[in-house]
Design a protein around this ligand. Structure first.
Ligand code: FES
Length: 184
């Protein structure tokens, strides 16, 4: 039930974004940006919903989504790993690192792990060639990265996600339980 409620809330938030920007110049891009912030990505049903609200053909909305690289039609993981495959990184083995990451995370079809924790992508030069090979995880940069670092990196972010989840649980009101004194 909670899933349905959350989805309804997201569409309600999207309605507000549409009301805000409808009729303005560049409305479609602004609305799509807002929708991506709300949903995390732009699945077909969201594109169709926006098209319906604005009275546009779905193909026009889809054309904009596929044209701009800032839009994504696939859900993203909690951590997006971007492996730089620019020249400096490539010659230092970036492709092997990318392959190892995908293999270790068992990514065969898509770019995102089944548990929604990681998305793995390649990217062009991120401007840190002196640290090649380089990868980024969300906005953190990891330089002089080697294949031996792959497992450690994955463990580190898994752990971080667990800690974050634990913090969120203990922050929820009513979930704090006092420890009984030892022996009682
Ligand atoms: S080529 Fe990778 S940071 Fe420049």
């Amino acid at each position: 039930m909670r899933g349905i409620d959350e989805q309804q809330e997201r569409y309600a938030a999207l309605d507000r974004v549409i009301e805000n920007y409808a009729g303005e110049e560049g409305q479609l891009i602004r609305i799509l940006q807002g929708a991506q912030e709300i949903f995390g990505y732009l699945p077909e049903e969201v594109q169709a919903y926006i098209a319906g609200k604005l009275g546009l053909p779905v193909s026009e909305v889809n054309g904009v989504v596929t044209f701009y690289s800032l839009f994504t039609t696939e859900p993203k993981g909690e951590y997006t790993i971007n492996v730089c495959t620019g020249t400096a990184c490539y010659v230092q083995g970036a492709q092997d690192i990318l392959d190892d990451l995908r293999r270790t995370l068992k990514l065969t079809g898509g770019d995102t792990t089944e548990d929604g924790l990681f998305t793995v992508k390649s990217t062009r030069c991120v401007g840190a060639c002196g640290l090649a090979p380089v990868l980024t995880v969300n906005d953190e940069v990891h330089g002089k990265f080697t294949r031996r670092d792959v497992s450690r990196l994955i463990r580190m972010y898994k752990k971080r996600s667990e800690v974050k989840a634990g913090d969120q649980i203990s922050e929820r009101p009513g979930t704090y339980q006092e420890q009984s004194p030892a022996g009682h």
